[in-house]
Design a protein around this ligand. Sequence first.
Ligand SMILES: Cc1cc2nc3c(=O)[nH]c(=O)nc-3n(C[C@H](O)[C@H](O)[C@H](O)COP(=O)(O)OP(=O)(O)OC[C@H]3O[C@@H](n4cnc5c(N)ncnc54)[C@H](O)[C@@H]3O)c2cc1C
Length: 623
Amino acid sequence: MSPKRLEDMYDAVIVGAGAAGLSAALGLLRSPEIMDLKEQGVEPKILVVSKLQPLRSHTGSAEGGIAASLGNIETDDWHWHYYDTIKGGDWLVDQDAAKLLAEYAPETVINLERQGVAFSRTEDGHISQRRFGGHTRDFGGSPVKRAAYAADRIGHQILHTLWQQCVAQGVAFAEEWYVTDLVLDENGNRVAGIVALDTHSGKTQAVHARNVLIATGGAGRLFHTTSNSWDLTGDGMALVLDARLQLEDIEFVQFHPTGLAHTGILLSEAARAEGGILRNADGEPFMERYAPEHKDLAARDVVSRSIMAEIDAGRGVPDPKDPNGPKDCVWLDMTGITPERMAEALPQVVETIEQYANLDPVKDWVPIKPTAHYTMGGVPITTDGEVYRWGDEHRTLVDGLFAAGECSCVSVHGANRLGGNSLLDACLFGTRAGRTLAARIANNPVDSPMADESADESLAKATDQAAARRSDELNDLLNGSAPAAATDTDSGITNPYQLMARLGSVMDRALAVRCSADTIAAALSTIAEELEPAAKALHAHDSTAVFNQEITAIWEVRHLIELAKVMLKASGARQESRGSLKRLDFPERDDEHFLAHSMIATDGAVVLQPVVITDYPPKKREY
Ligand SMILES: Cc1cc2nc3c(=O)[nH]c(=O)nc-3n(C[C@H](O)[C@H](O)[C@H](O)COP(=O)(O)OP(=O)(O)OC[C@H]3O[C@@H](n4cnc5c(N)ncnc54)[C@H](O)[C@@H]3O)c2cc1C
């Protein structure tokens, strides 16, 4: 679906139609300010742009649950959730944001239910909840059932529900439009709009907007072994870098412990929550040694590192499909779960194992290994979704620019996210950003007779110029005359898909689960010498602009390369081990020097921003 015609100016353009983008659209439209406007006959001009049809957004793949202290099964308290989130993030969490997350989690889940999410139910009709890694009672005590679930398909439920609500509200979508540019005014202080390729027509479009919200999801495709869908190429983060803004804590990437061997496809944490156990080559349930209290349901970084330690110690197993291959997996043993419970609570996990591994989890152990899953860092935002720059010891807002969801960093996840907290982050902070937008729009709607059109005109010009440049580049790519197309690189890489695969292996080797100055330096030099020249030389093999997916893949892989560089540099600058970042050359956490958020732009220089600590001072982290 494409808009029949573009407005001359939008009140807000939302880029991304996953849980975060759709929550923002609904938060905006349902806010009292916008309802008042509508009553006065003023319609806010909103557009949601998505490179995918919205229902294909990765949110739909979320399996295990959404965290909230509902206390439906056992007594729970949001203060415990608050504490667990901070501890899970290895104290790199902004506590003002985490407090909001935990306090408003129950309201967020109940609102989802009222909008139509069909949660699994307890016998007496309450929303059902299961255990998830790192969620405890009594400030780090025994595990608690905190993840509200819908079998193992919570994301599908949430995405469909939010999308249907948006359709009911008459939200305008530009589907399968790929955003190529975020345009700011010449000083970089104010949003002017976006440029997008309408893949249906093959035309670049300038979209003028007074406010832009980026909700483009994560960047798991930086790695070869990943649970993320093909679209998660970090576009929004790269657009922000391109606009000379910063990313926060981008060195923190979560590797989920249980990716199915070789494919990396996720086997939800729900598998362990329902009783699955990790075993090494000797059949030993090894997590008892690494996390005596929480065992297989310790936080994800802890479990992934333990798996890698077993593999490094020679206790890994090969994928049964490749018995002579590397012993780089361990077993997930689900045979203790009854077939009935498996069918009821884990249908997706069972289907994935059957279809992709040809195994039966009722009787077979399943080979797994850690898989790149979630980017904790991203576009820095306030708790109201406003994007800012950090410098001279303070935050400066970028006027009209917002972000939400996995591409953003409000810093509730710190150095490691707890399971179930990201859907919550996307829905809660997406809604909050939508409400902030609403208040801005109500002050000065595009549709109002008082509108200051002269300011709009100069901003529109900046967007038109960016669109013209992009259109020229598109023509060059289609006609095989990209600037460096004539230069033959030695890499043998001739298309973006090969380049993405190569980058994935380089990043796996450099940063997966653990890293060191040497692995980082090696990756940076391969990127500079081999991958960047190859990226510049790419051009399309077909000159048709309509639905030419190679064009978007070229832009995606270029985005990934920009992001890989800053991720490697930020990882290099953090000379400590914290949460998901395990530096083999700096094995300890170093609060004296690094209890701070890293802020990095494309120049690669890292500045540090203090962590907001209000209630819980840092402690040693043990599970
Ligand atoms: C397999 C899997 C299972 C998960 N399970 C859970 C779970 O059980 N619980 C939990 O809390 N979290 C889970 N997560 C994490 C969670 O699902 C995500 O963090 C969350 O859904 C992200 O939502 P989002 O709206 O930020 O992004 P997404 O849902 O990824 O949406 C991104 C949107 O941006 C659009 N977009 C991207 N780039 C562009 C561009 N250049 N131009 C235009 N549009 C663009 C896409 O079209 C898409 O609509 C899981 C993740 C995975 C991968």
